[in-house]
Design a protein around this ligand. Structure first.
Ligand code: KG4
Ligand code: ZN
Length: 335
């Protein structure tokens, strides 16, 4: 079965053709980073307009890369939630239009569940239940995954998402957007024990997250106690690398500790990561070390499948199709 997946929930316009939920025949990802960089974050209006301008050519490229004709597509999958409403609407409208024109079924996909499914594109042997952690620009959510399609949320961020914290700290340190990849790279030359930033664990046994205090702590440390001024002394390149490494370690400590705690609480057989922050090299290293320490299988998609892409969407859609979870053409985009 050939499924065309469409993803426009944030700032990547993406389309992919996936066969039988596993074989990625094509995956086109058009990033809008250059459009948002000057603003230090995603501007919804700009994102929406850029999706509109490129969606048709991105879909055409996905079809030609896969060497399939539109008439050969058996179903259309699209992320309808969560995301920026204007951005989601472009993908959802394109998908509905194709379904009507081709008379094929529509599969509405949850973006977070698709991030978790990215692991299934590369691993056949995942045994359930697992604890899944989605760490992205908009979300930090722990799920109890009972199968490829059934995910029960256990905890989430009460303020900033992990990726958002990376992006905002990058802005504070003057490193640009998106912050995650830049901090990841710079942190490799920094001392992660140079500054002891706060780790917010919240109440005992809480599976929720909070990163806004950490972000403020970085701001005060970098600019001095009076954060309204830019401080008298400009930190050296090495000091900035040390702050980046120390910040990154504080985020990762909490992500790993809470994921391990959840895996023990629910006595699961594995841990799966997903979302843009899962591309972080230090997080991947810590996950691998931790999984060996506690003797549990851990999965993390290849970096290209961590950030937003339509292959994970078309893959999950196949499993939803097999379950008969097919959407009506009046399905809504939900922000
Ligand atoms: O999943 P994603 O592409 O979009 C959302 O669903 O939000 O995640 C984007 C986020 C951004 O905040 C970006 O800074 C972060 O993922 N990110 C990273 C890395 N690569 C992307 N964060 C840390 N380390 C990375 N290597
Ligand atoms: Zn995402």
């Amino acid at each position: 079965m050939l499924i065309l997946g469409i993803e426009t929930s944030c700032d990547e316009t993406s389309a992919a053709v996936v066969k039988d939920g596993r074989e990625v025949l094509s995956s086109i990802i058009l990033s809008q980073d250059v459009l948002h960089r000057q603003f230090g974050g995603v501007v919804p209006e700009i994102a929406c307009r850029a999706h509109l301008e490129s969606i048709v050519s991105v879909i055409n490229s996905a079809l030609s890369d896969a060497k399939v004709q539109l008439a050969e597509i058996d179903a259309i999958a699209v992320v309808n939630t969560p995301g920026l409403i204007g951005a989601l609407l472009i993908g959802v409208t394109a998908a509905k239009t194709l379904c009507m024109a081709l008379d094929v079924p529509l599969l509405a996909i949850n973006h977070l569940h698709a991030h978790i499914y990215a692991n299934n594109l590369e691993h056949e042997d995942i045994r359930y239940p697992t604890i899944s952690l989605v760490v992205s620009g908009g979300h930090t959510t722990l799920f109890l995954s009972e199968s490829e399609t059934k995910h029960v949320p256990l905890g989430w961020t009460i303020d900033d998402a992990a990726g958002e914290a990376f992006d905002k700290v990058s802005k504070i340190l003057g490193l640009g957007y998106p912050g995650g990849p830049v901090i990841d790279k710079l942190a490799r030359c920094g001392n992660r024990r140079a500054v002891i930033f706060p780790r917010a664990y919240l109440e005992k046994d809480s599976l929720d997250f909070s990163f806004s205090g950490l972000k403020t702590a970085v701001l005060y440390y970098y600019r001095g106690q009076d954060a309204r001024t830019s401080g008298s002394k400009t930190p050296s390149e090495q000091e900035v690398a040390d702050i980046a490494a120390s910040f990154q370690e504080a985020v990762i400590d909490v992500l790993i500790d809470k994921t391990v705690m959840a895996s023990k609480m629910y006595n699961v057989r594995g841990i799966a990561l997903g979302g843009g922050v899962a591309a972080n090299s230090r997080l991947r290293q810590r996950l691998e070390e931790t999984s060996k320490e506690i003797g549990i299988s851990a999965y993390c998609p290849s970096p290209r499948l961590c950030t937003d892409n339509a292959a994970m969407v078309a893959g999950l859609a196949y499993k939803q199709y097999l379950k008969g979870d097919i959407s009506l053409l009046d399905v809504e985009a939900i922000p």
